[in-house]
Write a protein of this length. Structure first.
Length: 191
């Protein structure tokens, strides 16, 4: 590719089905934005505690070529995600709205070996293996899942721990009254 060559820019469709086959190997750049409902992303829907009709994520994608000293220009993909998902608060076991506002930057590579050679210490961007039938919808869904908190919970002071999670005062008394199982064995041995 000639470094001075101007590449055509293709506008991506916002339709979920159109995002399943994108040719990132073609000599062109892409730009697009849209909204994906929770139900358009089945793996994200499995994580949701409740799904309202307007729940989902606004996404934006832009690819461009960036000069690389001593080699061919690298294709870069910038992905933005913004939205809300309802998860179960692990403190009170009630619905908890989690807001996501993420920006990711990928360097597009053609083979797994190129991805393996990419330096791990580069935290600004990571390699993404692409092909002529790349599923961008799946990548968007992956990034939403990776952005979810490991332990979703309300902000401090917003909720109280659920009684069944940490034990109830009544249950503590009942457990203290139970006989030690070793005493039972000791009594059996005496008899």
């Amino acid at each position: 590719m000639n470094r001075n060559q101007v590449l055509p820019q293709v506008e991506l469709s916002a339709e979920p089905s159109a995002l399943k086959r994108i040719d990132f190997c073609a000599p062109q750049s892409y730009k697009g934005a849209g909204f994906l409902g929770i139900l358009d992303m089945p793996r994200v829907a499995e994580e949701a505690s409740a799904v309202s009709p307007g729940d989902g994520f606004h996404w934006s994608v832009e690819t461009y070529f960036e000069d690389s000293p001593g080699s061919e220009p690298h294709q870069i993909l910038e992905l933005g995600l913004k939205g809300r998902l309802n998860l179960i608060c692990q403190r009170c076991l009630q619905d908890c709205a989690v807001d996501l506002d993420e920006k990711r930057r990928f360097i597009l590579v053609l083979t797994d070996s190129e991805a393996d050679e990419y330096p791990l210490e580069d935290e600004e961007q990571e390699p993404l293996v692409v092909n002529q039938h790349f599923n961008l919808l799946e990548t968007i869904e992956d990034e939403v899942l990776l952005s979810l908190p490991l332990i979703p919970k309300h902000p401090d002071g917003f909720c109280e721990p659920h009684a069944s999670t940490f034990g109830d005062g009544d249950e503590e008394g009942a457990s203290n009254e139970r006989e030690n199982p070793f005493n039972i064995l000791k009594n059996m041995k005496k008899n």
